[in-house]
Design a binder for this molecule. Structure first.
Ligand SMILES: *Cc1c(COP(=O)(O)O)cnc(C)c1O
Length: 468
């Protein structure tokens, strides 16, 4: 007997005219619905070929809806960062305080005086909105802001050193996460790098000997993501500043992370502040908005008025400028620095970095039993001491004492595969959980876990998962 049920599948056109399709068309648009219908029909046809029964219109529409829902999940979404790296570049770096989020929403939805002087009715300068605060907090004379710190370094070099030489110590020719390498940025900005000293030792005479008629400036790069130990020597900011001054050259410092307050106040390791760099004689300092500062992605350039003026006159400044939402957020974050005492309450990034160990312990103990009931059959679940990293190339050597949940497969066979499975399961949750695998265990550092209710609520979805 021939089975001709496969010929009874409805056509895409007919389904598109079905009244139950109307709300889908409203929500997703014609093309997406048409494609999802095609996919659903193909699945149905496949099912018939495999010997299954022919689905009716309702079933095909249900298949279509689940197909469309997959498309509707935003590609950029919230995750749980349990990697132990607080400022994780791949996971969005710093988290903004509510004040900044409100300010962003305001300028996003309403007209603002972004480049307009309300007092005079004249055209304004977007940089002037932040310049006062930046000068107040760093002791610099002037300031400007661009897209990120890579852009800041690029713009400074392109504005002040194009076609000229810039001596940099070999110990400072760093790579910061993949695409930012000091030598590459220098050549793209049009200046010639003159490597001086050696990897471990650079002396004042190296700077002096490198200076020629074609030297544009002296630059120091804060080696934020590694540390050279042992037989080392470097020239202090003050001494490079002195040499630069004697040769009438600007001295610029790329601080990388840079912070506006002494982090030791919050029990964190020392990191040079922007004000210190200025006091040590830097004519310009560049640093990131979304590293230790805890603000939006931005590159801040502070220093001498004349130099900032030259930088702002570079046509590339326009290509690298920040948008109004960044300015709004940065303004609010900077304002919080006027009262450093409240920073660990108000700035989420500093709050997580300075989070007391007892609080982290409590979180770990709280989530251990539910994790045990979800994974306990196949995994040993333990709370252990661990070290978190600050991240984003900040303070690589210093680490922060923290607590982690360890998930260790009980079965010794196929440990790697089991760990891949459990991590994939956690990543497949509505709010994906990102941990890290080390030494045959899945490590979930709970330093950055604050919303435990949201975290625990979605665990039940994992019961459905095949956890072998
Ligand atoms: C991080 C860093 C940069 C790049 O900053 P982004 O804000 O990521 O563009 C440049 N220089 C140093 C020393 C850094 O640490």
């Amino acid at each position: 007997m021939t089975d001709n049920r496969k010929f009874t599948l409805p056509s895409v056109d007919r389904l598109l005219r079905n009244e139950n399709c109307e709300p889908l068309l409203q929500e997703y648009g014609h093309d997406l619905v048409r494609d999802a219908l095609r996919e659903a029909i193909a699945k149905a046809r496949n099912n018939i070929v495999q010997g299954g029964s022919a689905p009716g219109v309702t079933e095909i529409l249900e298949l279509t809806i689940s197909g469309l829902q997959v498309h509707a999940v935003p590609r950029l979404r919230q995750i749980f960062n349990l990697t132990g790296t607080v400022l994780h570049t791949n996971l969005g770096r710093s988290l903004l305080p509510q004040e900044a989020i409100d300010a962003m929403a305001m300028v996003a939805s309403q007209p603002s005086n972004l480049e307009f002087e309300t007092a005079t009715g004249m055209r304004g300068d977007r940089d002037s909105l932040l310049e006062g605060l930046l000068c107040e907090l760093t002791g610099a004379e002037a300031a400007t802001v661009v897209n990120n710190n890579a852009a800041a370094v690029f713009l400074v070099l392109n504005s002040l050193a194009q076609g000229q030489q810039v001596p940099v110590s070999r110990g400072e020719l760093v790579e910061i996460g993949g695409s930012f390498r000091v030598p590459d940025i220098m050549s793209r900005s049009g200046c010639e790098l003159v490597e001086i000293g050696t990897t471990n030792r650079t002396h004042s005479k190296d700077y002096k000997q490198a200076i020629s008629d074609n030297t544009a400036l002296l630059m120091k790069v804060h080696t934020s993501n590694y540390e050279i130990q042992g037989f080392t020597a470097s020239v202090s900011d003050q001494n490079v500043a002195k040499i630069a001054f004697e040769h009438q050259l600007p001295f610029i410092t790329d601080l990388g992370s840079g912070t506006l307050v002494d982090l030791r106040k919050f029990g964190l390791p020392y990191e040079p502040t922007v004000r210190e760099s200025i006091e040590h004689g830097a004519d310009l300092v560049t640093f990131s908005g979304d590293k230790l500062l805890g603000g939006p992605q931005a590159g801040l350039i502070v220093g001498k008025k004349e130099l900032i003026k030259t930088i702002k006159a570079n046509p590339l400044k326009r290509a690298l400028r920040v948008d109004k939402m960044t300015i709004a957020a940065l303004q609010e974050v900077l304002k919080l620095y006027r009262n450093p005492k409240q920073l660990t309450q108000k700035l989420p990034t500093l709050r997580l970095l300075a989070r007391p160990l007892v609080e982290i312990s409590e979180i770990a103990e709280l989530i251990k039993p539910p994790l045990e009931s979800t994974f306990g059959a196949a995994y040993e679940v333990d709370v252990v001491d661990c070290m978190s990293q600050i991240g984003s190339g900040s303070l690589p050597v210093e680490q922060l004492a923290s607590k982690a949940i360890l998930l260790k497969p009980k079965k010794h066979k196929g440990v790697g595969k089991q760990l891949q499975q459990i991590s994939a399961g956690l990543r497949s949750l509505p709010c994906p959980v990102i941990g890290r695998i080390t030494d045959d265990t899945l490590v979930l550092d709970v330093r950055c876990l604050e919303n435990t209710t949201q975290f625990l609520d979605q665990l039940k979805l994992l019961d459905k998962l095949e956890l072998s």
